[in-house]
Design a protein around this ligand. Sequence first.
Ligand code: AHR
Length: 311
Amino acid sequence: CGSSSDSGSGGSGGSGDITMGFAQVGAESGWRTANTKSIQASAKDAGIKLKFSDAQQKQENQIKAIRSYIQQKVDVIAFSPVVETGWDTVLQEAKRAKIPVILTDRAVDSSDKSLYKTFLGSDFVLEGNKAGQWVVDNAATNDVNKDGKINVVEIQGTTGAAPAIDRKKGFEDKISADPKIKVVASQTGDFTRDGGKKVMEAFLKSQKDIDVVFAHNDDEGLGAIEAIEAAGLKPGTDIKIVTIDAVKDGMTALSEGKINYIVECNPLLGPQLMDLAKKVVAGEDVPARVETKEGEFDQEQAKAVLADRQY
Ligand code: AHR
């Protein structure tokens, strides 16, 4: 079962007494830890009382947490849905209770857009596009064995999660431009380091010629590095690695030459979330979609920014 906590004092300053119930996915990755810290710190700064729960990557725990926030009559509910589908019933309950809902980080797949006020987060298809474009643009060096074929193994995020679905699609859309590039194996690593390691160990046994690993997040890529090194190969050289997130551990591996390219996904959503929360509680209009701006890094760029990286 999930865990929950209350923090923040609320009610200070000009924000009135706003209580937010936040149902977090879990603590599966470095990205998620940074995201949780950002939300907790920003709530405090904004004078918003935060009720926080960790669903340990289980949808049923998130649904329970949202129902309990409805019962407690919080002013606003925010959550990052672990998977895309299966939310309509609980979101209808929130709507009936007149509690506005904000989606952060991940979207839901629902035809009823009246079930939430706004969605704040990254464009995951674009992130997959950027990773795929890097594989295409660096085809010559990515063909490690120089056999005219670029065999990619993909370590997917959590099955059914928006970032896993969208990054896969975005990546495939770009690599389809070059018939030399093929995804020869694809498995979920559940966005965790341990998952990435296990999946990579299996790939190294089942695939003879792996040129590139596309990991849906840094943690999975870091797990893959461990598996590659244990197999006596050099990550970043014998097998190229492209990941998404750009958290400190990922950027460190990139600057050390163990990862080749990282597409950024910004976890610091707290300040924008608190602004949106104040507006929806006040009944103000907010844009239906608020997109996070992000970049990408090669090994030299990682070295240049590493010291200043906050997370
Ligand atoms: O939803 C964002 C993704 O979830 C991040 O890329 C990943 O690290 C996290 O677990």
